[in-house]
Design a protein around this ligand. Structure first.
Ligand code: COI
Length: 354
C-alpha cells in the first residue's frame, strides 16, 4: 500500500467572513479563506497544502494556457437545521473527475487527496456554508497542466486545487432557451462527456448570441443531424411527455454524465415514474407540444440544481409553459433539497459528513 501523504495546513489569522453576508450571495463571486493546492511532479503527487486563498504565480509558457489541458468538477456542501455540514455525492464527482483526467491524458488524482482533502478543507470552512434555502458552499476541484514549455504533448507536471465559494441559485427564475442550429457542443469521439474547460470555452459563442436575444441558454443538438437534443448550457435536460420522463442517453459519449441527472432519475423512479434514457428528436418534442402531451422541461446540474424551462424555441416554433402549474420538476427539487439539507433520511446514502 502506498503511504498517504500528510496535508500541510496553514490557516489565516483573520477570516474574510466578517466582511461578507452569506444571506444573498451570487453564484461564484466570493471565495472562502483557504484553498487546497498540490503539485504532480516526477510521476507522483507531492505534499498537499491547505493554505490561505491566494493568487497563483504561473509561467507565461504554462502548457494549460496554450493547449487547454484543464478539467474541473462542481460539488456542493450543505448545512442542516442543526448546523451539521454534509457534502452531496462527492465520490461520484471524484470518479467523474478521474474519467475526465483519463480522457485528457492527465494523471489520476488519488482519493486521499481529492476526498480527504475536500473534507478537511470544507471542515475548516464550515462557517462559510450558508444556512439558507437554495444556498450552499460550492466546491470547485480543478486540475491543469503546468509544464513550462511550448510544444503540444501531455504535460509532465500538473496542479490540482480545490477552492470554495458560498453561493445562491445559478438560475434565479424559469428559463428561456432555444435549440441551437448552427454551433455544436460535442461530437461522438470528442470529449463532450469530460468536464473539460474547453467544452465551456467552445460553448460561450452560442450562449452569448442567445443572451443577446434575451435567452438564458441554448439547447444543444447532436453534431451530425442537428436533430437530437443533448444537453442545455450548464445542465442535463429532462422532458415529461405523456406519462414518461425522457432524458438524452449517455451512450454516445457526447453528454456530461451529471450527478444531479442521476439523482433526479433515482428520485423520479422512487415516485414510480418511468424514465427513458434515449435519443429524443426535436420533432418528437414539437409533436408532443402540439398534441398537448409535453408537460414539463427541466434542467439538472450541480450549480443549476433543478431549473424549470418556461420557453423552448426551434426555428420559428415557440413552446411556452406556465411553470406555476407544474408538479414534476418542483417535486424532484423539493425531494432532493430535503436530502441535501438533512430534512429527511438519506435513503440513497448520498450525503457525506465533512
Ligand atoms: C456545475 O454545475 O457545477 C458546473 O460546473 C456548471 C457551471 C457552473 C460551469
Amino acid at each position: 500500500m502506498i503511504a498517504e501523504i500528510d496535508f500541510n495546513i496553514t490557516t489565516v489569522l483573520q477570516s474574510k467572513l466578517q466582511n461578507i453576508s452569506l444571506d444573498n450571495v451570487p453564484f461564484g463571486k466570493y471565495f472562502s479563506d483557504h484553498m487546497l493546492e498540490v503539485d504532480y511532479e516526477n510521476g507522483k503527487w507531492q505534499t498537499p497544502f491547505i493554505k490561505p486563498y491566494q493568487p497563483l504565480s504561473l509561467d507565461p509558457s504554462l502548457a494549460a494556457l496554450h493547449y487547454g489541458q484543464a478539467i474541473f468538477e462542481g460539488i456542493k456542501a450543505y448545512k442542516d437545521a442543526d448546523g451539521k455540514a454534509q457534502i452531496f455525492r462527492p465520490y461520484d464527482n471524484f470518479k467523474r473527475f478521474n474519467l475526465s483526467a483519463e480522457r485528457m491524458e492527465m494523471p489520476q488524482v488519488p482519493e486521499h487527496i481529492f476526498i480527504d482533502g475536500l473534507r478537511k478543507l470544507v471542515n475548516l470552512e464550515i462557517d462559510w456554508i450558508p444556512a439558507k434555502a437554495d444556498h450552499s458552499l460550492y466546491i470547485r476541484p480543478f486540475m491543469f497542466s503546468t509544464d513550462e514549455a511550448i510544444g503540444v504533448k501531455p504535460s509532465s507536471k500538473y496542479k490540482f486545487l480545490i477552492i470554495l465559494s458560498p453561493t445562491g441559485p445559478y438560475y434565479a427564475s424559469p428559463m428561456r432557451i432555444y435549440a441551437e442550429e448552427k454551433y455544436v457542443r460535442s461530437v461522438m469521439g470528442g470529449y463532450g462527456n469530460a468536464k473539460a474547460a474547453g467544452n465551456y470555452a467552445g460553448a460561450l459563442k452560442a450562449a452569448s448570441i442567445a443572451n443577446k436575444q434575451g435567452f438564458d441558454q441554448v439547447l444543444w443538438m447532436d453534431a451530425f443531424e442537428h436533430k437530437y437534443v443533448e444537453e442545455c448550457g450548464t445542465m442535463n435536460v429532462f422532458f415529461a411527455i405523456g406519462d414518461k420522463i425522457i432524458t438524452p442517453s449517455l451512450t454516445d459519449g457526447t453528454i456530461l454524465a451529471g450527478v444531479t441527472r442521476d439523482s433526479a432519475i433515482t428520485l423520479l423512479q422512487d415516485e414510480g415514474f418511468v424514465i427513458e434514457e434515449r435519443k429524443l428528436s426535436i420533432d418528437e418534442i414539437m409533436d408532443a407540444y402540439k398534441a398537448g402531451t409535453l408537460k414539463e422541461i427541466f434542467g439538472t446540474g450541480t450549480a443549476a440544481t433543478i431549473s424549470m424551462i418556461k420557453e423552448l424555441r426551434y426555428k420559428d416554433f415557440v413552446m411556452l409553459f406556465d411553470t406555476s402549474k407544474w408538479s414534476i420538476a418542483p417535486m424532484v427539487k423539493s425531494k432532493m433539497d430535503a436530502i441535501k439539507y438533512g430534512q429527511v433520511p438519506d435513503s440513497h446514502n448520498w450525503m457525506v459528513a465533512v
